[in-house]
Design a protein around this ligand. Structure first.
Ligand code: PL3
Ligand code: FE2
Ligand code: FE2
Length: 230
């Protein structure tokens, strides 16, 4: 299917490439952190060890795919920026893992990060260059399966996880809105609107909470937590 979403986009312009140097880095760093997080989760959930190692390998492939997207546009990803972009979620995941809080780790990686990735990739696909679009279309399918892993595990352990999920949501969701604000301008320069990113994220995250077992009232409260302050 050919898409003519933003015919005015010039992938070789300095404005586009400058924005891409940060967004591409964020995605590369996000995939790398996802890789590490699933290895950590594999240690924490021995019953699902092999599944989680498989997911971690998919994340390395995603990372390689997005690195090739940057090379294709002759852009050098700003990895230092990307590391600081993820610092909050990174620290919270590490602390939770050190305390053996598997529910918090799953919420951060399999719900928040995967929903963030799915929203970003969904909005990016129609305005991507041809090379990156093909790669991103393949990646986003995998991300839905990673989100599904978290949903299924949390659904099966819903009653025992509920309180920790509430607390982890309160601690981590505001970071997502801050992260979105940080990339708003760059995303705009790549023809991705902030409102569309927020909307898609809320849909993914709300659906996930619903699949896990939260009722509509809880979903509204949880999925918008910290949005107004952002
Ligand atoms: C998990 O498998 C991957 C984690 C990647 C996280 C990506 C977050 C991207 C947010 C940046 C918003 C702009 C969209 C860029 C699309 C390429
Ligand atoms: Fe991924
Ligand atoms: Fe993923």
């Amino acid at each position: 299917m050919s898409q003519v979403a933003a015919p005015e986009l010039d992938f070789s312009s300095e404005v586009y490439k400058d924005a891409y140097s940060r967004i591409n880095a964020i995605v590369i760093e996000g995939e790398q952190e996802a890789h590490e997080n699933y290895i950590r989760l594999a240690e924490m959930l021995p019953d699902f060890h092999d599944d989680l190692v498989r997911l971690s390998k998919m994340e390395s492939r995603h990372k390689k795919g997005f690195e090739s997207c940057g090379r294709n546009l002759k852009v050098t990803p700003d990895m230092e920026f990307a590391k600081s972009f993820f610092a909050g979620l990174h620290r919270n995941f590490q602390e939770a893992a050190a305390e053996g809080k598997v529910v918090t780790c799953l919420l951060i990686q399999s719900l928040i990060i995967e929903c963030f990735a799915i929203a970003a990739y969904n909005i990016y696909i129609p305005v991507a260059d041809d090379f990156a679009r093909k790669i991103t279309e393949g990646v986003v399918k995998d991300e839905y399966s990673h989100l599904n892993f978290g949903e299924v595990w949390l659904k099966e352990n819903f009653e025992a996880s509920k309180a920790e999920l509430e607390e982890a949501n309160r601690q981590n969701l505001p970071l997502v809105w801050k992260m979105l604000n940080q990339v708003e301008n760059d995303a705009e320069n790549m023809a991705m609107g902030k409102d569309a990113l927020v909307e898609d994220f809320m849909i993914q995250y709300g659906d996930a909470l619903s699949n896990i077992g939260f009722n509509t009232r809880d979903i509204m409260r949880l999925s918008a937590y910290g949005l107004r302050a952002a």
